[in-house]
Design a protein around this ligand. Structure first.
Ligand code: GTP
Ligand code: MG
Length: 171
């Protein structure tokens, strides 16, 4: 059949936000793992949608590994940025990392789509995606297409909506 267009995606966000859990859910069931552990460095994963073949750089969000992110910015054609909606204390840290990303020379002047997951929406005290969007000042992103979805990566809820948007937004 026709070969699907290949797209490199960077999966970024603080440690424990749910990046690996999200990517695992997007993989075909025979490729999914049962035990997810904190990512060391990064891991390369693949998943397909109806028209695209995604190669994901699932980066570790731990502070000591965050300096690795920028080495992959040039190759990234889309970004998935994951936020733990229940981690109010570190929302400011997530915003700092997002702002650093948006101001990086390899990202700043590119119309690269950014999909945000306000993840862990199942937690009793989770912030809404609207609130997360306000705290991260997403409305200030004017030169890139972006979209935010509330998600529960453990149950797999909200992920398809996000991936559908991403598929429609990559060039
Ligand atoms: P690093 O690799 O360290 O950067 O973390 P990560 O962002 O990849 O997080 P990971 O996917 O390893 O998930 C961290 C923890 O959060 C795990 O215990 C997951 O089961 C849990 N988790 C992920 N998504 C959700 C969610 O939507 N709701 C709840 N309640 N827990 C979640
Ligand atoms: Mg991980």
């Amino acid at each position: 059949g026709l070969k699907k267009k290949e797209v490199n995606v960077l999966c970024l966000g603080l440690d424990n936000s749910g990046k690996t859990t999200i990517i695992n859910q997007l993989k075909p069931s025979n490729a999914q793992t049962q035990d997810i552990v904190p990512t060391i460095g990064f891991s390369i994963e693949k998943f397909k949608t109806s028209s695209l073949s995604f190669t994901v750089f699932d980066m570790s969000g731990q502070g000591r590994y965050r300096n690795l992110w920028e080495h992959y910015y040039k190759e990234g054609q889309a970004i998935i940025f994951v936020i733990d909606s229940g981690d109010k204390l570190r929302m400011v840290v997530a915003k700092e990392e997002l702002d650093t990303l948006l101001n990086h020379p390899d990202i700043k002047h590119r119309r690269i789509p950014i999909l945000f997951f306000a993840n862990k929406m199942d937690l009793r005290d989770a912030l809404s995606s609207v609130k997360v969007s306000q705290l991260l000042c997403l409305e200030n992103i004017k030169d890139k297409p972006w979209h935010i979805c509330a998600s529960d990566a453990v149950k797999g809820e909200g992920l398809q909506e996000g991936v559908d948007w991403l598929q429609g937004s990559v060039q």
